[in-house]
Design a protein around this ligand. Structure first.
Ligand code: ZN
Length: 204
């Protein structure tokens, strides 16, 4: 399976990192080896002093598809999850400056948290207004709603399927809202959709 990630999909997050608003969705992949094993802590890698949390709504693909029309995109998923796109911001900044790919900063072991809980789409009135948040040590550090996305879920599925065949079990990370920040040893991170806890992880 593959993890397809969207960058710069929330205006306020683009502003906080001083990035340009993209003309098209920014797309990158994480390898399956980046998935943090369930019940394992997230270990800050030795090559970074500035790993940021990015909480993101996840979409799990349930059937194979390519060149998916946006109006049929909703038939390709029926579960919504929550995860973290951990990013070694210092390394990413160096790579960006040189115009190099981001993989080392975003695809390292443990960099993809996929919450073990998945909610059926039928739980929501619309997938375009899902409220979610990340708490660090009991404090809310990031919160957002999918209504703030520059490209909504169905538009993203259509867009990425122009380039990559979507397969059963693939997961799409749909981008992070504002509030990304450095994680530290002993932080306890919990993600919520509405009032439902979707994951809880410790940082080591
Ligand atoms: Zn991200």
């Amino acid at each position: 399976m593959k993890l397809i990630c969207i960058g710069r999909n929330y205006a306020k997050h683009i502003e906080e990192l001083d990035n340009e608003r993209p003309e098209h969705p920014v797309v990158f992949l994480k390898p399956d080896s980046s998935i943090l094993l369930s019940k394992h802590p997230f270990v800050i890698p030795p090559f970074s002093n500035d790993v940021h949390h990015e909480v993101e709504v996840l979409i799990k693909i349930k059937k194979i598809g390519k060149y998916i029309d946006e109006k049929f995109a909703a038939t390709y998923y029926d579960e919504i999850g929550l995860g973290i796109d951990f990013t070694a911001r210092d390394l990413q900044a160096q790579l960006k400056e040189k115009g190099l790919p981001w993989e080392k900063a975003k695809g390292f072991d443990g960099a993809a948290v996929i919450g073990t809980k998945w909610l059926p789409v039928s739980d929501f009135e619309t997938v375009d207004d899902i409220s979610f948040r990340l708490e660090s040590n009991g404090e809310v550090v990031q919160q957002g709603s999918t209504k703030e996305m520059l490209w909504k879920i169905d538009a993203l599925i259509s867009y990425v399927s122009q380039y990559f065949t979507l397969k059963i079990g693939d997961v799409i990370f749909t981008g992070t809202p504002a509030g990304v920040a450095r994680v530290q040893e002993n932080d306890k991170l919990k993600g919520f959709i509405g009032d439902t806890e979707m994951f809880s992880i410790n940082v080591k």
